[in-house]
Design a protein around this ligand. Structure first.
Ligand SMILES: Cc1cc2nc3c(=O)[nH]c(=O)nc-3n(C[C@H](O)[C@H](O)[C@H](O)COP(=O)(O)OP(=O)(O)OC[C@H]3O[C@@H](n4cnc5c(N)ncnc54)[C@H](O)[C@@H]3O)c2cc1C
Ligand SMILES: *[C@@H]1O[C@H](CO)[C@@H](O)[C@H](O)[C@H]1NC(C)=O
Ligand SMILES: *[C@@H]1O[C@H](CO)[C@@H](O)[C@H](O)[C@H]1NC(C)=O
Ligand SMILES: *[C@@H]1O[C@H](CO)[C@@H](O)[C@H](O)[C@H]1NC(C)=O
Ligand SMILES: *[C@@H]1O[C@H](CO)[C@@H](O)[C@H](O)[C@H]1NC(C)=O
Ligand SMILES: *[C@@H]1O[C@H](CO)[C@@H](O)[C@H](O)[C@H]1NC(C)=O
Ligand SMILES: *[C@@H]1O[C@H](CO)[C@@H](O)[C@H](O)[C@H]1NC(C)=O
Ligand SMILES: *[C@@H]1O[C@H](CO)[C@@H](O)[C@H](O)[C@H]1NC(C)=O
Length: 534
């Protein structure tokens, strides 16, 4: 890091004036490139994608890189916290962000995150989505048969989605696909609304109206048909992020003090060109790199938390605005006793008035989880998550207790002894939890989200066409961006996801057609498998 105090002063000033139009910015500040620290590759963000990108570089002996990370730790959206206490006064550890290993895989096709979980003996437990009890405002009431009605329609919709994809027909919303397949819940059938929320919104963090049928189902298929149906919940006292920290330790000399790792560093401005990238940070430091790999979340890009010079091209900005950033908020409660049944893992609640109102509760106070912990958590998404994140914890707590008292009228539901939840929608390093694919766009539009602009590359959960929303999506994209940049630096070709080789930069599309022909589903557009595998 440069230490010239006058330069630091100039850039601290600039950090507060980043609203200036880019021309004024450039005119006022000669790029200052000569005074910036130099590196070969700057990796922007130390979540799963950033760490995988750095490891891919290190694997080709490109060790001259720096990782710039906002937070004081690696892991990004894999984020845990101490919560409540056990009988010895020791805190439990709960995951505020990613929690499941989704689709584990066999030796032939293994989810890379499952491989890391095994490598580092990450503690996890089979999460049984069939172990569910259903409730409404009168208490326990069994409407589980609706889960089967939905599942039958989903299967038909999934086949339709496959046909639409392979025949290059127009995409639909998941709502349209489900309705055509026979699933048409009435607006006042709150049990059916709860079942639909559990079956769709809970995974996507968006309604069927705001989700693509084709890519919603293709995404589900590519994870669960390819790697297997199982979901395991991670409950490790080291936190889920321990696998990311351990992987970082394979190429960093120290988890905090390796000089290439810059924690507590907020990137505010990125200047890119075909010759290199200059990055300015809030603390006044700057880095000049031959290449940069930006792994910031779609929410960070959409919220203009970072400025780009020149402004991102229209095709790139359109892609950033096109895809959706969801919010998935887990609300943790510890009680002085486990007043709910211990023979089920999930409790679904159908509010009589509001779809998605504290719809699912999960027990950790269950054998193989954290038995005896008396910890329960609720999940809300989308509009209900924004609402909960806008209000005070006291308001949320009293609403949740009212719901639990409806669900368990025969119990004397006590006030929780510990209560917490994150605010993903406003967290300045995330602005949401994970991305989702809307209806009415194409694989090529998504490729524009991944494509590089000059020497600035993009990677992360959202840039994964097959695995968006998943931790393994972040890993695959980080690895590929790192390997691709490494290949360009060495003047070599690179093997893409799915096995195709390229010697070029990433493709982008200045003009887009309405649909995607089948032969465009290839590694050149970030697609991993031949369509026959769907
Ligand atoms: C609530 C929640 C639940 C989830 N559940 C699951 C799950 O069960 N299973 C699953 O597979 N996936 C799940 N996910 C998704 C998974 O967490 C993400 O796909 C993955 O962690 C994304 O990794 P990434 O590297 O792409 O992005 P990130 O983890 O967001 O990494 C980007 C990094 O950039 C940093 N950064 C941002 N802005 C700046 C800046 N201006 N300057 C410097 N650094 C910056 C951030 O701090 C962050 O560390 C969940 C996510 C959330 C939030
Ligand atoms: C780096 O190489 C190691 C050892 O071969 C491998 O396990 C790991 O997956 C590689 N990482 C990436 C990101 O390619
Ligand atoms: C990051 O900031 C936190 C809080 O200000 C501080 O405790 C920590 O030591 C810092 N870490 C690094 C690596 O700078
Ligand atoms: C999951 O739960 C269902 C319902 O309780 C049960 O029938 C099934 O055996 C469970 N599956 C496993 C693998 O435990
Ligand atoms: C999803 O998988 C099902 C089989 O389980 C298949 O019928 C369908 O065509 C696939 N759809 C897509 C969009 O991949
Ligand atoms: C809730 O369940 C009870 C018992 O099954 C039923 O009588 C009532 O109509 C349900 N409420 C709503 C809003 O559907
Ligand atoms: C939990 O607290 C409630 C009061 O809030 C009390 O009535 C109940 O007995 C307590 N349960 C246990 C197991 O201590
Ligand atoms: C759009 O369609 C035209 C005509 O079929 C084709 O030549 C072109 O390559 C397509 N562009 C994209 C981005 O698919």
């Amino acid at each position: 890091m440069h230490t010239d105090p006058t330069v630091i002063a100039i850039y601290s000033l600039l950090a507060t004036s980043f609203l200036l139009p880019s021309a004024a910015y450039v005119a006022q500040v000669p790029l200052g490139d000569e005074t910036c620290e130099q590196t070969t590759v700057a990796i922007l963000g130390g979540g799963m994608a950033g760490v995988a990108a750095a490891q891919a570089l290190a694997n080709t002996s490109i060790d001259d890189f720096v990782i710039l990370e906002y937070r004081d730790t690696l892991g990004g959206r894999v984020w845990h916290t101490d919560f409540g206490t056990d009988e010895h006064g020791k805190p439990y550890v709960v995951e505020l962000g990613a929690n499941w290993l989704q689709g584990l895989g066999s030796d032939a096709r293994e989810n890379p995150v499952w491989a890391l979980a095994k490598k580092y003996s990450l503690q996890n437990t089979y999460s049984n989505y069939s172990s569910i009890r259903t409730y409404n405002e009168t208490g326990y009431t069994d409407y589980r048969h609706l889960l089967d009605v939905y599942a039958d329609a989903y299967q038909i919709a999934a086949r339709d989605a496959g046909r639409i994809l392979t025949q290059n027909l127009q995409d639909q919303t998941a709502r349209t696909g489900l309705a055509l397949a026979g699933w048409r819940p009435r607006k006042d059938d709150m049990a059916a609304q709860a079942v639909e929320w559990w079956s769709w919104d809970w995974e996507d963090a968006f309604t069927p109206e705001t989700s693509s049928l084709v890519f919603g189902i293709a995404g589900e298929n590519l994870t669960f048909n390819q790697f297997g149906k199982a979901n395991h919940l991670v409950l490790d006292p080291r936190g889920y992020s321990t696998i990311i920290e351990h992987e970082a330790a394979t190429f960093l000399t120290h988890p905090v003090h390796d000089p290439r790792l810059r924690l507590n560093t907020t990137v505010t401005d990125i200047q890119y060109s075909p010759n290199g990238v200059t990055i300015h940070n809030r603390d006044g430091s700057c880095i000049r790199a031959a290449y940069a790999i930006c792994t910031f979340s779609l929410g960070v890009l959409q919220n203009k938390a970072v400025t780009f010079h020149p402004a991102l091209p229209h095709w790139k900005q359109t892609a950033i605005e096109k895809f959706n950033m969801g919010t998935y908020t887990k609300i943790f409660m510890q009680f002085n006793e486990t007043f709910w049944p211990t023979d089920a893992q999930f409790f679904l609640y159908a509010s009589p008035t509001t779809r998605g109102y504290y719809p699912v509760f999960q027990s950790l106070s269950t054998p193989n989880f954290l038995p005896g912990s008396h910890i329960l958590f609720a999940t809300v998404v989308d509009e209900q998550a924004y609402r909960v994140e806008r209000q005070t914890p006291a308001e949320t707590k009293s609403q949740i207790l009212a719901v639990l008292r409806e669900m368990f009228p025969e119990k004397n539901v006590p006030d929780p002894i510990a209560f917490t939840y994150p605010r993903w929608s406003t967290e300045p390093w995330a602005y949401g939890s994970y991305s989702n694919w809307p209806a009415g766009t194409t694989l090529e539009m998504h490729q524009n989200l991944r494509a590089n602009t000059g020497r600035l590359w993009f990677a992360g959960e959202a840039t994964s066409a097959p695995y968006f929303g998943f931790l393994h999506g972040a890993w695959f994209e980080g690895r590929e961006a790192g390997a691709h940049v490494a290949a360009l630096l060495r003047g070599k070709c690179v093997e893409l996801l799915g096995g195709l080789e390229t010697c070029e930069e990433r493709r982008f599309y200045a003009v887009l057609n309405g649909t995607t022909p089948l032969d465009a589903y290839s590694g050149l557009n970030g697609w991993p498998v031949s369509s026959t595998l769907l």
